[in-house]
Ligand binder design. Structure first.
Ligand code: SF4
Length: 314
């Protein structure tokens, strides 16, 4: 039996799964899976060093990112589409727990300061099991919850003692867009409630060390989509009114059309300089002062290929 098997008790929640806002109550140990199509195992597509997050998150030697398979959203423009699909025919790799821990500790030994859980909303019990196992070995990296923002408040509350940094997307305030592009018309209210819970836990201040590497707090990401500037403006206004303008924002320009969208009437192109400028101007007008904007060419740098052993290296 694995020396870490004690921590697998967290997975018991998956026999009647309500960990994400879909609340399917699926038994993920059975063959009949829930909306996300994720099983009960460690469905992890890649554990690798990533240098492409925001500078304070990547740190000096990169973050050890754990990329979970499948997703509780179905964004048609997903840049990690190779691993996030809900297609049941796509094989779901399940790593054994000892291998997961061994790979993570190997990257920590190589100098990573943090462990990032990417698309964790449907794998929260696994996140807890991994953190408990690492802490039992006196490993205390910074733990980052890198989420699409479609999280249940109750589940986030259960993470309060586990997570150091929340890194949520806030994608939409437009319900129709949320429905058409991600299969979740309730995304605006669900993500806003999630954001408020993360803010309750972490507040506005992003604590950093002497090198400017983040240790505690939250960063809200918003990806500007071509032809949808109104949505971006509403997202920023909502954060300003309902959360705080002191919060750290990462305003992303890296959108690029995935192969399935090359002929899409709106999403078939990258964003225009004028579109991004409008959103940046609004961010400044509202009084946001903390965070990052991106170069428009950044879409050239973020094109992972999860068929490679190192998805972010060419
Ligand atoms: S995590 Fe998956 S199975 Fe569980 S409630 Fe969400 S969509 Fe359903």
């Amino acid at each position: 039996m694995s020396e870490f098997s004690l921590f697998l008790a967290h997975l018991n929640d998956l026999n009647n799964c309500s960990i994400c806002p879909r609340e399917c109550f699926a038994d993920r140990f059975s063959e009949k899976l829930g909306w996300c199509k994720a099983g009960a195992g460690f469905n992890i597509s890649s554990i690798c060093v990533h240098h492409g997050e925001e500078p304070a998150i990547s740190g000096l030697k990169g973050i050890c990112n754990v990329f979970f398979s499948h997703c509780n959203l179905s964004c048609i423009y997903c840049q990690n589409w190779q691993i996030s699909s809900r297609d049941e025919n796509i094989p779901t790799p399940a790593m054994d727990f000892d291998t997961v821990i061994r790979q993570i500790t190997g990257l920590l030994d190589d100098g990573c300061h943090a462990v990032g859980f990417v698309s964790p909303s449907h794998h929260v019990p696994h996140v807890k099991a991994i953190i408990d196992a690492l802490r039992s070995m006196n490993r205390n990296p910074v733990f980052v919850y890198n989420t699409n923002g479609y999280d249940r408040v109750e589940t986030l509350r259960s993470l309060e003692s586990y997570i150091d940094i929340y890194l949520p997307d806030f994608k939409y305030m437009d319900r129709q867009m949320a429905h058409n592009y991600s299969g979740a018309s309730d995304y605006p209210q669900v993500a806003l409630a999630a954001l408020k819970e993360m803010y309750r836990q972490k507040g506005s201040v992003l604590l950093t060390d002497e090198n400017g590497v983040a240790e505690r707090g939250m960063v809200v990401r918003h990806l500007v989509l071509p032809g949808h500037i109104e949505n971006s403006l509403e997202v920023l206004n909502t954060i300003a009114e309902e959360v705080s303008v002191s919060i750290t924002i990462s305003l992303m320009a890296q959108y690029w059309p995935t192969p399935n969208l090359l002929n899409h009437n709106k999403l078939g192109r990258t964003i225009l300089p004028a579109e991004y400028e409008l959103v940046v101007d609004e961010m400044n007008r509202l009084g946001f002062r903390n965070g990052w904007v991106q170069e428009l060419e950044s879409h050239d740098h973020y094109r992972p290929d999860f068929n490679r052993q190192h998805p972010f290296e060419k």
